[in-house]
Design a protein around this ligand. Sequence first.
Ligand code: ADP
Length: 399
Amino acid sequence: MHALVINSGSSSVKFQIVDPSADASQPPLVSGLVEQIGEPSGRITVNHPDGKEVSQLPIPTHTVGLREAFRVMDSRGVGPTQLDLAAVGHRVVHGGMVFSEPELIVDAVVDKIRELIPLAPLHNPANIDGIDVARALLPDVPHVAVFDTGFFRHLPPAAALYAINADVAGANNIRRYGFHGTSHEFVSSQVPGLIDRHPDHTRQIVLHLGNGASCSAVANGVPIDTSMGMTPLAGLVMGTRSGDIDPGIIFHLARHAGMSIDDIDNLLNRSSGVKGLAGVNDFRELRKMIDNEDPNAWLAYNVYINQLRRYIGSYMIALGRVDAITFTAGVGENDKFVRMDALDNLDMYGIEIDPQRNEQPNDGPHIISTDQSRVKVLVVPTNEELAIAQKAAQVAQKV
Ligand code: ADP
């Protein structure tokens, strides 16, 4: 049994065909990327069981891109129409207050996702494009929307509400929604088994450190706080996003630097974070710069770690007792220095990383704390596509 997973962005579509019952370490049957949609020349990459196929062609629309990708898969005998798919899972960024669970897609669901566009103007329209195209190409397969906000839909009000005028906030749906929920749920649900605790008695912090980064505090399977907010701009310092800043900075830039709202949006989302401070957003490049004693890279790294430690500290207090702290996503799974520095000097709180275990390659979930460490520290690879495939297959089963 296979499911197709689609993550549709404004100018790109990522897709995978995976077996929802597969082990998380198993590679997908097919993975691919349609890029530069709408530009003069686009590119389609398909990794299939026989190798990799890259085609360069104009891709004016999502429809053209996905149709061409399907053709490549068909020619290799792994096309979505050839595989008797159980479901198509769509990553949808914003489910607002409407969606917490994965939802079988019918027209009314698409309409509701459209109504949420003001909350995610960059993401939800692109997600809808992906849904429309895939439903047209695969009309007989159940399509399921899996929401990035879903896991955090029921955050306690004290964590979800911002202290701004309640009438204004209410009228404009302003609150903390949280993102990366599929990853936080996928990773946090594995932790109890890995540390031999009952899921109903496990209090944990999950640090999803990729290009986008977020953390969550999860008590007995239920998230009680998370760092991203109404939008994915809040919280930790990220590859290109600022994370938390004083909101007064926005007024200052508008009033005194002659910047428009769009300029500031771009600044904070695309040219801030580690990139804004050091000029690069990829941690492999940042590490090389640090090795070459680049002062800006060092400063950017310290700002990143400082902010991460602020959140870890506050979530330790929010949870009261912490059983596990888990690193995941590109940086969290691969950068041993980030892990070491994020939790350095916390032995008085029962947190102690074993330097040798921390050096282990990232080939599956593993514990990196010492045997004495009261709080277990782990690396658990995330796999959002597999999680979406699992959820989509579950919903489709009930159809
Ligand atoms: P996203 O899904 O947010 O694009 P990922 O979880 O794939 O991000 O993480 C991508 C980031 O992970 C890269 O930008 C890079 O900073 C970091 N990364 C990937 N591999 C390594 C590595 N071996 N060492 C350090 N950082 C890495």
